[in-house]
Design a protein around this ligand. Sequence first.
Ligand code: SF4
Length: 554
Amino acid sequence: MTTEATPRAAADATPHRAWKSLQNVRIVKEEAPVRERPAPAPPPARMAAAPYQAYKPRPFTRAEREQVTVLFGGLHWRVERVIQGALENLGYNARVLPTATTADLMKGREVADIGQCCPTSFTTGNLANFLGGEAARLGAEEVNQRYVYVTAGSCGACRFGQYHQSYELALRNTGLSSFRMFLLGQEGLDQGAAPGGGLELNLPFTLGAVWAIVLTDVVQDLEYQIRPYEKNPGETDRVARESVELLYEAFRRRPLRGGDKLGSVVWHLSTGYFVDAMREVRRRFDAIELDRLRVKPVVKITGEFYLQTVEGDPNHNIHRWLETEGAEVYPAGITVWLDYLMRLGVQDLEDRAGLRRGARTKALALRSVQRLLRWTHDRMRRALGGAPRAMPEQNELRRLAAPWFNSRLNGGEGDMLVGKALWAHQNKKAHMICELSPYSCMPNTMSVGAMAGVLGKHPDLLYAPIEIKGDAEVHALSRCQMILTEAKKRAQREFDAVLVQTGHTPDSLRAAAARHPELACATVPIPRYGVAGGAANFALHVAALDKAAARSAA
Ligand code: SF4
């Protein structure tokens, strides 16, 4: 508001007149400027403000392939590195996302559904944090142009079928809704090209990934059998890193023979190319010096796929933690999961035999693929000297789990968790089972429930289910430690019984082992003698060799 003096008021000089003149002052009201109402902020994407529209990425064209980097991750470092080599071999620029951290879990909960299972939160936050960092460095538009993300997915009872929706929500909530993400389904081997042809999900692509999984599984198994017994700390890690780099190079230079159809399958199955690479890996592991008479409990890792596979924050770094606590870890192979998926496919087709045309033939074909996978796994084990462990038989796992878990319930790992726990226990593959159960995972909750029944029938099975939710690490690990203490006692009792049985002492066993120089080789397979521990089996083997040598000398 302002005042405006009339000409008369201005002329008045005396106070009285001035006062009088004030009465003539005209009040002029200034009109307040009309303020535009700010447009309402767009609602967070998790609220339904508009009809749902399925995410449809912009095409990734063939012409863009040289400029665009394909991002992927969510496995362990060995297989990720070798898959990177397989992708580069096909002309892609590939980059592995860093291993997820607790900060990624928090981010995943912030930008996507907070109630989702913790592996989804870890991987969603991992992608969001990586892209966010790159966007801050390069700008969002450049990130949209420079990267695409490839993720596995499926349909089914658990969150695995919705990972890509979670990523999509996270991308919208981080201002990267134009970012391109492609789903690699598990429904078929030859999936054609993603829109635009930049990503060809053909047989050389799939076979490269599968062979990378098989080879690195076998290397990982050997690495975990050797590290707890190495005489020079750090040697196994160094050799494992060198070996993975060697395999990365082998896959990067893979000859692309047989075209992109059946010929490619035949070449991968028949070539000696990968066997030669594995023999070179064996040569490096051979040189590691071991003390095989260290008594250690063997801990079989089971659980949800992501948590049992990854090595880092998402599972409290459980593999390394167990080793530092004095255990030998029996890791979970990814090939076992591929085998399981095929078993599900076979049993599904068998259920429909006589009802759906061609079901029997398809079941037969899929069973043959399953056998070829096992054959390839065994071939690579042999290339490493035979020490890496064979895969469990899927039908055996199903039979063992059947009284407690229906084999047609196929979310997550289905009946495999119960089957693997019983298989490892009854066949003396491990002293203890450590099951990694994600927070908010429906299939895993069912398995843990079923295990209550299993333990009622098998009270001597040492079972440590650990709920993983990103926090309460000390709580989770101390729970595991309690069971591990009992497993250590069991391993020691088992070894002591072997000493009594063989009449040896640790020193006499060392002396006897020195008489068999082939045992100094780290990749020599030690037969199993019905006991679980590495030291106990080694002692029985040395005693058997000594006995045989004495017999032949007599
Ligand atoms: S198995 Fe469980 S943790 Fe894994 S994706 Fe499915 S719901 Fe999530």
